[in-house]
Design a binder for this molecule. Sequence first.
Ligand SMILES: CC(C)(COP(=O)(O)OP(=O)(O)OC[C@H]1O[C@@H](n2cnc3c(N)ncnc32)[C@H](O)[C@@H]1OP(=O)(O)O)[C@@H](O)C(=O)NCCC(=O)NCCS
Length: 217
Amino acid sequence: MTLIYLWRNRERPAPLSKRWIKVWAKRVFNLPGLLNITLRRLRYKFKGATVGKLVAFGRIDLHGTAKRLTVGERSFIGSNVNLALHEKIVIGNRVVINNNVQLLAGSHDTQDSAWQMIAKPIVIKDYAWVAYNAIILPGVTIGKGAVVGAGAVVSRAVPDYAVVVGNPAKIVGQRNRELSYSPVDLCAPFEAWLGTPTKQEMINEQINDNCIEDKLC
Ligand SMILES: CC(C)(COP(=O)(O)OP(=O)(O)OC[C@H]1O[C@@H](n2cnc3c(N)ncnc32)[C@H](O)[C@@H]1OP(=O)(O)O)[C@@H](O)C(=O)NCCC(=O)NCCS
């Protein structure tokens, strides 16, 4: 699916032009990365995760049953991301989870003599960006388009488009609400095929995706 999409939508510079040579050099250079991304997506699907189209996975640590993992379309999940799947982890469309992020859907009851497990789902909505080394605790929902700053520890729900930082994470700002990018298209192995999209191309593609989702076209 990913490879077919990239082939169909590939940038097509004039053969043997400077641009053509540069583009094909990039494609060859990024081929191992692209194959790894494609194989990882298939591996997690095979293990039972629900994974949408064009999702790019780094080398993640998946603990617990993969069936509890859902990832929407065009999301990017970096390397060394730790997914503790004691409960469901639901990641939306066009989400970015940077390297070293911990999504912890389980904890233990500090008041319980038997130290019982507490498992609560984590939901990360469309366009959210969870930056490097952040920790998301059980039961947390990260709102649409919200940003979790590098190193933040999030123990409470984050509203749509809020920017939160620190431990415990607190709101320090609001994000632009007009979001139209596809993070996977911007990662090197994809960009080598698609070229760098203009802002207008990203907006058009988002409109197209929405109208396919809403069955309007
Ligand atoms: C969250 C982030 C996007 C905020 O950027 P921003 O909206 O431009 O915010 P600002 O830089 O104006 O910072 C706002 C305040 O929060 C603080 N702050 C920003 N990021 C912080 C962080 N990660 N942890 C703690 N405090 C942070 C700033 O010091 C500032 O505090 P002040 O108002 O007391 O001076 C950014 O700081 C961040 O963490 N980026 C992620 C980097 C990363 O992971 N990169 C790897 C992938 S590309």
